[in-house]
Design a protein around this ligand. Structure first.
Ligand code: NAD
Length: 521
């Protein structure tokens, strides 16, 4: 058992027997603790325990628990009628209503009934641990213990420390979560903690592309999934979480950061909530969930060009070359290394030639560095691809001066590589590049502010959101310099301050320092 974890003989109190409280009670009981469950609603704790028994039975049926261990876990769960019954618990986890006044009242009561050495934790998603603990006799024993839904299945637990939280208390909760089979991460009580903070652009960028009229929801979602490698698109995920919940989390981060433009809520999403279109739970959200599910924009088959010329070194397009060749297109490659040498010759100036593919039409396919491709004459912009070997779609945008033949050849080129092709309007940073760049920027910013360690940010985002990679590792793969380029172009296009690159990101890009190893001095 990790060094400071509470022994299984220590009783655990859980306040609030709803979705989260019952999941947390189940985790603690299966881990060997006596669990006392309290809810303000009479009978709620007892019926929650009945439901937990059902979940434990299913764990036994699936061989995830032996029958005697399942019976023992069930026997350890007990509903209690009053907060005072939590006296003697070594750790009380509050998972009641998400209202600051309710939580403050509860903690004031808990402080009175619990022993001096009891740790008091809150599962709040949005409130500051510092604010919850304010005014208590012993705020140093208050800490966050932020489980994800469903608590028994999700490995991640964020452990945010408030301004007054003692190191020993945070360590004890961290080690206890580890002993319960979870993967905890430490952070400060910063707005949104790690996951709800760093994930904001995943929604914000998709909304911006939608608001710019460049593509519809189904198309943006398909590009994020099939090209970016995300498990779900932003709109389908917001519909699953509930647009009311998603908007409230975003608004809370925005308000707590005093209106930082990076987190500005979307009027389009607000309109959805005003209409009562919360998502799956209300039968309508970004999608209508009737028989006609909208198809993403996908191009009809076009002939592949016989031969193209590739110039460059960027990850996305380079990674797709083998697939293009396997699809029967002959590719002449001019690779530019750090020296800029072209196929070994030293008379090549890389600044004179765009990175990307030269088509037989004379037009170019240019991997996006953030700026609209309409600056480049007869050209097509290529969005980033998360995983070139496994992507099933690419996203292209023609420049204003793009010849029809150039666009047709570009479409045929990627279709030859067995990729579906989506064509959208020429927006800065397209879809995947802007989303990934903003996720990287948020992650770096959190590290720069000393809110969380780099490794913890990547772990939290992989486990909490299911992103294919942690944003810092993703940034290293793409190259911090390219991320800065995309952000700089976006900042030029939308001068609100939302896209300003983190100073630590700029320094890391200049010094060639890996983002995964960044640390605050
Ligand atoms: P829920 O509505 O399912 O359950 C809340 C329960 O708390 C209800 O049973 C209610 O009767 C009870 N309650 C309300 N006031 C109380 C009081 N004063 N004393 C005791 N019990 C009281 O809500 P939930 O989704 O389980 O959320 C609980 C907490 O967990 C919130 O702070 C929420 O922000 C946080 N959280 C939720 C999720 C999620 O995905 N649902 C994820 C992480 C954290």
């Amino acid at each position: 058992m990790p060094g400071h974890a509470l022994a299984p003989s220590v009783p655990i109190g859980v306040v609030g027997a709803g979705t989260m409280g019952s999941g947390i009670a189940q985790v603690a009981a299966v881990a060997g603790h006596e669990v006392r469950l309290y809810d303000v609603l009479p009978g709620a704790a007892a019926s929650a325990i009945e439901r937990i028994h059902g979940h434990v039975d299913r764990m036994v049926a699936k061989d995830r628990l032996t029958a005697p261990d399942g019976d023992a876990a069930k026997a350890r769960l007990r509903p209690v009628q009053a907060l005072a019954d939590l006296a003697g618990c070594g750790l009380v986890i509050e998972a009641a209503l998400e209202e600051l006044s309710v939580k403050r009242e509860l903690f004031t009561e808990l402080e009175k009934v619990c022993g001096d050495d009891a740790v008091l934790a809150s599962n709040t998603s949005t409130f500051s641990i510092t604010a919850i603990a304010a005014g208590l006799q012993r705020p140093e024993r208050v800490v966050g213990m932020h489980f994800f839904n469903p608590a028994p299945l999700m490995a991640l637990v964020e452990v945010p420390a408030g301004a007054a939280t003692s190191e020993a208390v945070a360590e004890q909760v961290f080690d206890t979560a580890t002993a319960w089979g979870k993967t905890p991460v430490r952070c400060t009580s910063t707005p949104g903690f790690v996951v709800n903070r760093v994930a904001r652009p995943f929604y914000g960028e998709a909304l911006q592309v939608l608001e710019d009229g460049a593509a519809d929801c189904a198309t943006i979602d398909a590009v994020l999934r099939e090209s970016g490698g995300f498990r779900m698109g932003s709109f389908e995920l917001a519909d699953l979480v509930g647009n009311d919940v998603n908007l409230a989390v975003g608004r809370s981060v925005w308000e707590q950061t005093f209106g930082d433009p990076r987190y500005a809520p979307s009027t389009r999403q607000q309109a959805l909530v005003d209409a009562g279109w919360m998502g799956r739970k209300s039968g309508r959200g970004w999608y209508t969930y009737d028989d006609e599910s909208p198809e993403p924009a996908t191009e009809q088959p076009r002939p592949a060009p016989e031969r193209v010329v590739y110039h460059g070194g960027f990850a996305t397009c380079y990674g797709l070359l083998d697939r293009i060749v396997a699809g029967g297109v002959s590719v002449e490659r001019y690779l530019t290394g750090a020296s800029g040498a072209r196929n070994g010759s030293d008379d090549f100036d890389p600044s004179e030639i765009a990175y990307g593919v030269e088509l037989p039409s004379g037009g170019l396919v240019i991997e996006t560095t953030g700026e609209p491709v309409s600056m480049d004459g007869d050209a097509v912009s290529l969005d980033w691809v998360g995983d070139a070997a496994n992507a099933t779609r690419v996203c292209l945008a023609p420049s204003d001066a793009c010849e029809p033949n150039t666009l047709a050849e570009a479409i045929g080129l990627f279709q030859a590589a067995s990729l579906a092709v989506t064509v959208i309007d020429d927006v800065p940073g397209l879809v995947v590049a802007r989303t990934v760049s903003m996720l990287v920027n948020e992650a770096v910013d959190l590290v720069a502010r000393g809110e969380a360690a780099a490794a913890d940010v990547d772990t939290a985002m992989r486990l909490g959101t299911g992103y294919p990679r942690g944003p810092l590792a993703w940034g290293d793969e793409v190259g911090a310099g390219l991320v800065v380029d995309v952000l700089t172009e976006l900042a030029r296009a939308y001068p609100s301050g939302r896209y300003r690159p983190s100073p630590m990101l700029i320094r890391a890009a200049r010094a060639g320092r890996p983002l995964v190893s960044l640390a605050r001095r």
